[in-house]
Design a binder for this molecule. Structure first.
Ligand code: ATP
Ligand code: MN
Length: 154
């Protein structure tokens, strides 16, 4: 049923908590774990030139050390935890609109389940769901497991 599980992460504590749910299921099903970080191009476009925006959209982060480091830290956390459980893992960093990239990645890689946090870095806790999660639910037919940890944090 679940051969490939996608964990979109923005490096937030909430996303990291969702990882444990993904790993438990991956262990039980012998699934491969895909960690995906999306560099949010829209949120950066005001401070960048058109050329840099283009490069981000094509997934070229090599000259943007800070962006790359943050992305690698986020996917690396998921991959390290998954490897510690002996699971096969794939790390991926892409540029674009987070929900769009997540939905597209799920489609392109035959993902069976997406596991993500209810909230993320900007964390407006009053909203039931963060916008990336809400939009992902609207953008894909792949089942999504949303891990809500608001109670633990408050
Ligand atoms: P908002 O961004 O709407 O202000 P938020 O930051 O609290 O609110 P979301 O961004 O929707 O909430 O984050 C919810 C979950 O979506 C995260 O726990 C993570 O799993 C995933 N996510 C968010 N941003 C990204 C991203 N840039 N790349 C990959 N996954 C992401
Ligand atoms: Mn967010």
């Amino acid at each position: 049923m679940y051969e490939k599980i996608l964990v979109p992460t923005d490096g937030s504590e909430t996303a990291e908590n969702a990882v444990e749910h993904a790993l438990d299921l991956a262990e039980k099903y012998g699934a491969e774990v895909h960690a995906l970080y999306v560099v949010d191009v829209d949120s950066m476009s005001l401070s960048l030139g058109a050329e840099q925006v283009d490069r981000l959209q094509q997934g070229q982060f090599d000259e943007m050390e800070e962006v790359k480091a943050k992305a690698e830290e986020a996917t690396g956390y998921v991959a390290d935890r998954a490897r510690a459980h002996g699971l096969k893992t794939v790390e991926h960093i892409a540029g674009g609109q987070p929900h769009g990239v997540v939905a597209e990645y799920a489609e392109d890689h035959d993902i069976d389940l997406v596991v993500m946090g209810s909230h993320g870095r900007s964390g407006v806790k009053r909203a039931l769901l963060g916008s990336v999660t809400e939009r992902t639910l609207r953008s894909t037919h792949v089942p999504v497991l949303v891990v809500d940890v608001r109670d633990e944090e408050e």
